[in-house]
Design a protein around this ligand. Structure first.
Ligand code: SF4
Length: 431
């Protein structure tokens, strides 16, 4: 079957991100004639989409909707609007069946199927097993689990799938249909998965819903096989581990680093770390294995905010990890905090600010930070909290972004917004 897989368009202002989901999906479809098109990598995305559809005349068009918006970033950008334009281009050109999937779709499956009747099927959650099954059952989608499909005006859901992708079955780099070189302009563009799932319980996070609460770890040797292939076969010089948290569990992270060191793979990488499991030994191993950027998302700073955010961290854990970072030469550190998380106080906000100023003075350009807002996403504990506090109405459509504001200290959110605007203004003047 001729299949066109499209990476959804983000509007042209985002740095390129390698479409790891579509690359993985392509490897799961060896019996089909599959073309992959990343709309974010061509100068005129919708002209190119028309051209490719005319050229290959697909029988199925699969759209990967990875992001609805930029989630917790300071300024939320709404990407979902481009889906409509994409369908406006596709529909008049072809009678191909249109299937949607991806994380963004899975978060808002019912809302999207209701809003966009031109979508005939939706693949919920992981597509590597479900999408190939659907291609074999397009006339009988009720036979495939984890599918949304239409019957007249009614949308049906076929129920939860029991099987999950075996992470040791994933082969990416060696078979990838998408060239890596054009993505390397963005240092964080190329992702490697060492596991899926997250055992932690951050209240705002949708990751557990999307990838499960149970960890599915890849054999460290297979992870490093993939890294070696990226480096040797595709000229990749750096990548990022796209796992929820690289160093949970710590032994798995250490084993991957040891394998990279043992094989002498020369590559640079970054990863998300949890302060609770940062040790001297781990940092040394990571650095020897090529890690040069540690990304952290403590989100809160005081014990009260950390507890209310459901983090597994205390303020002391953040400070202890920071002390280890201070002893570490040559790495960069990126911190993410929320401006006004639940449990925030004025003194807590100033303590966080003092910490950031101190870190900036210590590390200079080796340290960066983001102060973010909290986007309310469905299927999260933050959603329940936002409903209880009247910020979100029960049943409200959250496809269109909504920000959680902790009301007792709403002024802190505004204060930080002003501060960040002033910082941006100074930067613009300097440039
Ligand atoms: S550690 Fe990361 S992935 Fe896990 S629950 Fe927290 S935010 Fe989500």
């Amino acid at each position: 079957m001729k299949v066109l897989l499209i990476q959804s368009y983000l509007g042209g202002k985002e740095p390129p991100v390698y479409p790891i989901g579509l690359a993985s999906l392509k490897t799961a479809l060896p019996d089909h004639d599959v073309t992959v098109l990343d709309l974010n990598m061509v100068p005129e995305p919708f002209d190119e989409l028309s051209r490719v559809i005319r050229e290959i005349n697909p029988e199925v068009v699969g759209i990967s909707l990875r992001n609805i918006d930029s989630t917790h970033q300071r300024t939320v950008t709404f990407y979902y609007a481009h889906l409509k334009t994409t369908l406006d281009v596709i529909k008049p050109l072809t009678n191909a069946k249109i299937v949607i999937g991806g994380s963004g779709f899975s978060m808002f499956a019912e809302e999207i199927m209701a809003e966009e009747p031109r979508l005939e099927y939706g693949v919920h959650l992981e597509g590597e097993l479900t999408f190939p099954d659907l291609l074999n059952n397009l006339e009988t989608p009720d036979q495939v689990k984890s599918i949304y499909y239409r019957e007249g005006e009614t949308v049906h859901y076929t129920g939860k799938v029991e099987r999950q992708v075996d992470m040791n079955e994933i082969v990416l780099a060696a078979n990838s249909p998408v060239p890596f070189a054009p993505y390397q302009v963005n240092p964080e563009a190329i992702g490697v998965e060492s596991k899926r799932g997250c055992v932690l319980d951050c209240i705002y996070c949708i990751y557990g819903f999307l990838n499960g609460k149970k960890l599915r770890m890849r054999d460290p040797a297979k992870v490093v096989d993939e890294i070696e292939s990226l480096v040797n076969d595709h000229g990749v010089e750096r990548f990022t581990f796209v796992d929820s948290i690289f160093n949970v569990p710590i032994r798995h992270a250490e084993a991957i680093c040891e394998e990279i060191i043992k094989r002498g793979v020369k590559v640079k990488w970054s990863a998300w770390f949890n302060e609770k499991q940062v040790t001297r030994k781990l940092l040394d191993l990571c650095q020897q294995a090529g890690c040069d950027n540690v990304i952290l998302s403590p989100d809160g700073f005081s014990d009260e905010t950390l507890e209310k955010l459901g983090k597994n961290l205390s303020n002391q854990d953040i400070l202890d990890a920071y002390d280890l970072f201070c002893e570490t030469k040559g790495m960069t550190f990126s911190y993410n905090f929320f401006k006004n998380p639940p449990g925030q106080t004025l003194s807590g906000a100033f303590a966080m600010l003092r910490f950031l100023i101190k870190a900036k003075r210590t590390f200079g350009r080796r340290m960066s930070f983001n102060l973010n807002s909290m986007r309310v996403e469905p299927h999260t504990a933050l959603y329940d909290r936002a409903v209880e506090e009247g910020i979100v109405q029960p049943g409200e459509n959250l496809l269109h972004p909504k920000t959680y504001i902790y009301k007792p200290t709403a002024y802190i959110e505004h204060f930080f917004n002003l501060l960040l605007m002033a910082k941006d203004g100074v930067r613009a003047l300097i440039r």
